[in-house]
Design a protein around this ligand. Structure first.
Ligand SMILES: [Ca+2]
Ligand SMILES: [Ca+2]
Ligand SMILES: [Ca+2]
Length: 141
């Protein structure tokens, strides 16, 4: 009986390190987001316009079928926190059809573009992404 209990406990212990999703703290998150913004700003003019934004999604479309699948979305992030990227993917896939495409991302662009001038500033990007991430992972920090 005791042996059985021990077995049950150790099995539970082996299963319990279901990795807790933990976001970086806000400072690290901002550094990460600023770097991501600079990567998107291909002409380095300090803003991300619609063409640069579309380029992000096309760059992730490994087989060029116009759809970024979850597997394609995750592939550059091997080894990093996949749960965060999976949650982001489902957030970005606005119509939830398992296909992240330019239309989904244009919807996202309009939500981020608070000044509605067709340009994302780093401030708009940071502000939006931190809002989304803290909404998806309310217990971080
Ligand atoms: Ca730019
Ligand atoms: Ca694809
Ligand atoms: Ca979609």
């Amino acid at each position: 009986m005791l042996a059985l209990l021990c077995l049950a406990v150790s099995a539970a212990a082996a299963m319990s390190p279901r990795q807790q999703v933990s976001l970086p703290n806000n400072h690290d998150l901002r550094i990460f987001l600023d770097q991501a913004f600079r990567n998107m700003d291909l002409d380095h003019d300090g803003t991300v316009d619609q063409a640069e934004w579309d380029n992000v999604i096309m760059a992730g479309d490994a087989d060029s079928d116009g759809c970024v699948t979850l597997a394609e979305y995750l592939s550059p992030h091997a080894g990093t926190d996949r749960e965060i990227y999976t949650a982001l993917y489902h957030h970005f896939d606005f119509d939830h059809n398992g296909c992240l495409n330019v239309i989904d991302m244009q919807h996202e662009f309009r939500l981020m573009d608070q000044h509605a001038d067709g340009q994302l500033t780093m401030h708009e990007w940071d502000h939006y992404m931190i809002k989304i991430l803290t909404h998806l992972f309310p217990h971080h920090g």
